[in-house]
Design a protein around this ligand. Structure first.
Ligand code: AGP
Length: 605
C-alpha cells in the first residue's frame, strides 16, 4: 500500500509534492519518486528516503506547476530505482503513479509487448502508462478511462502528460484517493496527512470515478462518462490523528484494515469461481518429490505456522511440523532435499527465522518464504516467495499480517493438495472469498461488546486462560500472545482437554477464560471441558460459530462469528481476540503501538 500525491496549481510543484510525500513517510516505504511537467516530463526517483529524493534538487528545482509523487512499498518487483514510481510510457510523455495491485498485469504486459511497447520495470503499474499511451487520441482523461477498462484489481492512479501541462487525471477503484481544495491549486493524495498543510477541505473520489483536475477546476466523471458531483469533506483531524486515519492507534487501524488486506492477499491468486493461480509464485519443482514440510517462524508468525501445519496435515500425507525458529536452529532435525521449509515472517528480517532457514537450506531443503516485505532478507534468500500483501504494518503487535499469513497458508494448502493429489477442497476456496466481508461484519457487530468486556474483565485480571481444541488451539495461542504483549496481563493458552491434567487447579471464581468453539467435530468435547470450568465458577467468554447450539451451561458470554469452513474460522476468530487485547491495553493506559520491551522487527538472536 503505497502513498500517492499530485499537485496542480500556482507554484512550482516540487515543494508541495515533497512536503506531501514527507507526510506519508510514517507508512513505511522502500523508494520514492516524482514527475514534473516543465514542459517536458522530468522524472526523479530514488531507492531510499525522501531526503535522498530532495537531495536531487540541490542544484535547482524544475519550475513546472503540475506533478505527481509516490512512496513505494514493493509488491511486484524488488525495491529498486527501476521499480520506483512514476512509470512512463515508451515516449516518456506520460507518467503514472499507482497504489494497489493490477491482477491481470502479466497478460496485459504480454499483449502490450507484442504490440511493440518497451517495459523498463518489473512492476504491475507500468502496464497502465503503456495502456494510456495506446489509447491516447488527444484527450488524456479519455485515454485513462479506456485504460482502466482493461484493468482487473485495485488501484488509485494519478496520471500526467507533457502534452497537457495543466491537467492531472486521478482515478480510484478499491484504493483511497482524496483531492485537497486550495486557492487556485489542488493537491491529490492517497492519505489525508499529505493534505493537511494545504487545506482542510477535500473531495473524496468514489470507486470508478475519474477526476480531471486543473488549476481552475475539478470535473469528476463516472465510468459511463456521466459528470458527478464529488462528495466534500471537512477534515478536523490533527496531523497525528490523520496518520492513523482517525483511529487512536495504528494497531486499531490495522485491525480495521483486515478486510482490505485479505482482499489484497487474494487478489490475482483466487478467481471468482474459486480457481487457484499460484503457479507463478510457487513453481512445480518446489513441490516435486517433497516428503516433509517444516513451517518455521517466531511469535505470531509461529501461530500462523501451527495453522498451516494443521491444514497441510489434514489435506496431504506429508510429514508436517511447525517449528519455532529459535529451537529449530539448535536441535537435531531430519532435513534433506525432500524437505520443503516454509519460513513465515511479517518483516522477513527476524534473525532466528533467517538462522533456521539457512540451516535447512544448507541441508538441502527447498525454501518457500511467506512474508510481507518485498526485498527483505528472507525473500532474497528463499527459492520462492509468497507475499502476504497486507500493506505496511506499523504497530508492534501483528494483526493484519497474521490473518494475511493465514490466508496465504489456506491458498498454499489447497495448492499443495492439488499438486500432490490432483484435487482440492473447492468449498474451502469458495468460502475464502467470503472472508473479507465476514471480517467487516464482525468488526461492525462486536467492537463495542468486546471493548466493554475487555475494559471491565480482562484489564482487571492478573491471570487469564485461552482454550481451544484442534485448529482453535493455534488461534487461542495467538489470542493469549496479543493480550500479554500489549495489555501486560498474564495469559496462557491450553488445549481444552489438558485442563484436567493440572491447570484446572488455577480455575477459581471470576478467573476470565476465553474459549474458542469453531470446530464442529470437537464441539461436544470442548463444551464438556467448559462445564468443568463453570463448575469451578470460572468466567467464560466463548467465541463460537454454531448459532444453533445452547451454550447457557457453558459460557457467561457468547460471541458468534459468521459461519464459514471450519478450516477458515481462525481468520475470523482472530479479530475479536485482537480487539480484546487492544481494549484491555487501552483500559490499562498502555502505549499500544509500542509495548514495553518489544521491537517490531527482532533482528538479534
Ligand atoms: C507479534 O505481535 C509479535 N510482535 C511478534 O511475536 C512477531 O510476530 C515475531 O517477532 C516475528 O516477527 P516476524 O513475523 O517479523 O518474523
Amino acid at each position: 500500500m503505497c502513498g500517492i500525491v499530485g499537485y496542480v496549481g500556482r507554484t512550482t510543484a516540487v515543494q508541495p509534492l515533497l512536503k506531501g510525500l514527507k507526510k506519508l513517510e510514517y507508512r513505511g516505504y522502500d523508494s520514492a519518486g516524482i514527475a514534473v511537467v516543465e514542459p517536458h516530463l522530468q522524472v526523479y526517483k530514488t531507492q531510499g528516503r525522501i531526503a535522498d529524493l530532495e537531495a536531487l534538487f540541490t542544484k535547482g528545482v524544475p519550475q513546472g506547476t503540475l506533478g505527481i509523487g509516490h512512496t513505494r512499498w514493493a509488491t511486484h518487483g524488488q525495491p529498486s530505482w527501476e521499480n520506483a514510481h512514476p512509470h512512463c510510457d515508451c515516449s516518456e510523455e506520460i507518467a503514472v503513479v499507482h497504489n494497489g495491485i493490477i491482477e491481470n498485469y502479466l497478460e496485459l504486459r504480454k499483449e502490450l509487448e507484442a504490440e511493440g511497447h518497451v517495459f523498463r520495470s518489473e512492476t504491475d503499474t507500468e502496464v497502465v502508462s503503456h495502456l494510456v499511451e495506446k489509447y491516447y487520441e488527444g484527450d488524456l482523461g479519455c485515454a485513462v478511462q479506456a485504460a482502466i477498462a482493461q484493468l482487473i484489481g485495485s488501484y488509485a492512479l494519478a496520471v500526467v502528460s507533457s502534452r497537457h501541462p495543466n491537467e492531472l487525471i486521478a482515478v480510484r477503484q478499491d484504493s483511497p484517493l482524496v483531492i485537497g481544495v486550495g486557492e487556485e491549486e489542488y493537491i491529490l493524495a492517497s492519505d489525508v496527512p499529505a493534505l493537511l498543510d494545504f487545506t482542510r477541505t477535500a473531495w473524496v473520489l468514489d470507486d470508478g470515478q475519474v477526476a480531471r483536475i486543473t488549476r481552475e477546476s475539478v470535473v469528476v466523471f463516472d465510468q459511463h462518462g456521466e459528470q458527478q458531483k464529488p462528495q466534500t469533506i471537512r477534515i478536523n483531524w490533527d496531523p497525528v490523528q490523520a496518520e492513523k486515519e482517525g483511529y487512536a492507534h495504528f494497531m486499531l487501524k490495522e485491525i480495521h484494515e483486515q478486510p482490505r488486506a485479505i482482499r489484497q492477499t487474494l487478489a490475482g491468486r483466487l478467481g471468482v469461481r474459486g480457481n487457484l493461480q499460484l503457479a507463478e509464485e510457487i513453481p512445480a519443482d518446489l513441490l516435486h518429490g517433497i516428503t516433509d514440510v517444516h513451517l518455521i517462524a517466531c511469535g505470531t508468525a509461529y501461530h500462523a505456522a501451527l495453522y498451516g501445519a494443521y491444514l497441510l496435515q489434514d489435506s496431504t500425507d506429508l510429514q508436517v511440523h511447525a517449528e519455532l525458529a529459535s529451537e529449530y536452529r539448535y536441535k537435531r532435525v531430519r532435513v534433506d532435499d525432500r524437505t520443503l521449509a516454509i519460513a513465515i515472517s511479517q518483516s522477513g528480517e527476524t534473525a532466528d527465522t533467517l538462522g533456521a532457514i539457512r540451516k535447512a537450506k544448507a541441508a538441502g531443503a527447498r525454501i518457500l518464504a511467506i512474508t510481507n516485505v518485498v526485498g527483505s532478507t528472507l525473500a532474497r534468500e528463499a527459492d520462492a516467495v509468497m507475499y502476504t500483501h497486507a500493506g505496511p504494518e506499523i504497530a508492534v503487535a501483528s494483526t493484519k499480517a497474521y490473518t494475511a499469513q493465514l490466508c496465504c497458508l489456506g491458498l498454499l494448502a489447497a495448492y499443495v493438495q492439488l499438486h500432490l493429489r490432483g484435487a482440492y477442497d473447492p468449498e474451502l476456496l469458495r468460502q475464502l472469498l467470503e472472508i473479507p466481508d465476514q471480517m467487516a461484519s464482525i468488526l461492525q457487530a462486536c467492537e463495542e461488546r468486546v471493548k466493554e468486556y475487555a475494559g471491565q474483565r480482562l484489564a482487571a485480571a492478573s491471570d487469564t486462560f485461552y482454550l481451544g481444541r484442534g485448529l482453535d488451539l493455534a488461534s487461542a495461542m495467538e489470542g493469549q500472545l496479543k493480550l500479554k504483549e500489549i495489555a501486560y496481563v498474564h495469559a496462557e493458552a491450553l488445549p481444552a482437554g489438558e485442563l484436567k491434567h493440572g491447570t484446572l487447579a488455577l480455575i477459581e471464581p471470576g478467573v476470565p477464560i476465553v474459549a474458542l468453539a469453531t470446530q464442529p467435530h470437537l464441539l461436544d468435547k470442548l463444551l464438556s471441558n467448559l462445564r468443568e470450568v463453570k463448575a469451578r465458577n470460572g468466567e467464560v467468554f466463548l467465541i463460537a460459530m454454531d448459532g444453533e447450539r445452547d451454550y447457557s451451561q457453558t459460557a457467561d458470554e457468547v460471541l458468534l462469528v459468521p459461519p464459514t469452513h471450519p478450516m477458515l474460522a481462525p481468520l475470523l476468530t482472530a479479530l475479536p481476540m485482537q480487539l480484546m487485547a487492544y481494549y484491555a491495553a487501552t483500559a490499562r493506559g498502555h502505549d499500544v503501538d509500542k509495548p514495553r520491551n518489544l521491537a517490531k522487527s527482532v533482528t538479534v538472536e
